[in-house]
Design a protein around this ligand. Sequence first.
Ligand SMILES: [Zn+2]
Length: 89
Amino acid sequence: MSYIPADLRRAVLAQSGGCCEYCRIRQDDSGVGYNIEHIIAVFHGGQTVVNNLALSCSRCNLYKGVNIAAADPYIGDPTFLFHPRRHNW
Ligand SMILES: [Zn+2]
């Protein structure tokens, strides 16, 4: 886990609107604190910069892990996972 400075945390919280950027459930409605995670994991060369950080609930964060792609369950082909800065919800 990478250290994320307080100013970056505030910027990520502001851009997220207080919602998990993957499932869009509001942090205030969840009853638990969310994580700030790397969209492209450090493992894959992702940097600790605001455009590569997202607010994420624990379920989405654990489900995604360090992955950036997965097999499409219907056709089996590799498919990129949702990217909060590149894809529209
Ligand atoms: Zn979520």
